[in-house]
Design a protein around this ligand. Structure first.
Ligand code: UDP
Ligand code: MG
Length: 310
């Protein structure tokens, strides 16, 4: 008999914890048919509401429900990592607590894994219904950009809803980096992946933890973690300005020799100084971003801290 571990990162999801459990159990018959046992791993990401109590209630009723509870909010990426470490299953699936990742897709996902020889089954949403227009626009731009500047595969609309075989899980666990951009990590490890598409589903209860600014910073994390293109960009800018400066020098010398040298050009000088110092600060900033990521990586702090485990 095989074991399927379901990992559910939860941050302030008191209403969704029992609801998710009920929805998940509806898939039990299908799992039995395939001779697969189930375990549920709720990862409480330092929730401030009654999420932990709700999980404990489930744990008392059903021994297959496990919990890892963090000492504070470490973010969903850390939650996923903790869940993967705790999972004992031959198959592991990641799901959101808000049922935006429909458990009803599981039978189909399992079929691809068991009958078609895929190593993992990933999902992407093909619509962004119910999402602010500006957010969708920038999300699309982000994926288009990543496709160009990163060697790792980034799929537009990819969700974290993913079913994996043990080797894939172990590969992900072997990546112990501190800056965990999970969407990139999945692409980076490779393996044979089947993509399933579905329409966006809005969360059942509670509200999303993301706003535009958080998403923007998150996208920067993604770029820094999976591309060094900005650094190459900085070098190119430096080169362009060197060439430009050389042309200007030649131009100035020739002009002085041919036309004499009236002392003018103060405004243009100020413009040039302002422009170039701006470019320099920008480049320094880009380098600094990588340095700060390196700094956090070198510190080697744990990705999460556990307060309680069931
Ligand atoms: N989540 C988490 N830690 C956080 C933020 C979110 O564990 O700091 C969980 C959250 O409880 C949910 C999942 O990650 O199960 C997705 O979060 P959300 O629904 O807010 O994101 P969205 O679906 O809007 O992208
Ligand atoms: Mg959600």
């Amino acid at each position: 008999m095989k074991l399927l571990s379901v990992i559910i990162p939860c941050y302030n999801e008191e209403e969704n914890v029992p609801y998710f459990y009920a929805e998940m159990l509806k898939q039990e018959a299908v799992l039995k048919e395939r001779d697969i046992a189930l375990e549920l791993i709720y990862v409480d990401d330092g929730s401030k509401d009654r999420t932990v109590e709700e999980i404990k209630k489930l744990h008392e009723r059903d021994g297959r429900v496990h919990m890892v509870s963090f000492s504070r909010n470490f973010g969903k990426e850390a939650g996923i990592y903790a869940g993967l470490r705790k999972a004992a299953g031959d198959y592991v699936v990641l799901m959101d607590a808000d049922l935006q990742d429909p458990p009803s897709l599981l039978p189909e996902m399992l079929r691809y894994l068991e009958e078609e020889g895929y190593d993992s089954v990933a999902t992407r949403r093909v619509t962004r219904k119910g999402e602010p227009v500006i957010r969708s626009f920038f999300a699309r731009r982000f994926y288009a950009l990543m496709q160009r500047i990163s060697q790792t595969e980034f799929v537009d609309g990819a969700r974290d809803y993913r079913l994996m075989k043990r080797p894939v899980v172990d590969a992900i666990l072997s990546m112990t980096e501190y800056n965990r951009f999970t969407k990139g990590i999945f692409g980076w490890v490779g393996f044979r992946t089947k993509w399933l598409e579905y329409e966006n589903i809005e969360r059942v209860k509670g509200e999303t933890k993301w706003n535009f600014w958080k998403l923007f910073l998150y996208s920067l994390d993604g770029i820094l973690a999976f591309s060094t293109m900005p650094l190459a960009f900085v070098s190119v800018i430096g080169l362009i300005f060197c060439v430009l400066a050389f042309v200007l020098i030649v131009f100035t010398i020739v002009r002085t020799v041919i036309f004499g040298d009236p002392t003018s050009g103060w405004p243009s000088l100020v413009c040039i100084i302002a422009l170039i110092s701006g470019v320099q600060l920008l480049c320094l900033g880009i380098v600094g971003q990588y340095l700060s990521k390196m700094y956090m990586e070198v510190k080697n702090r744990p990705i999460y801290l556990v307060k309680e485990e069931l």
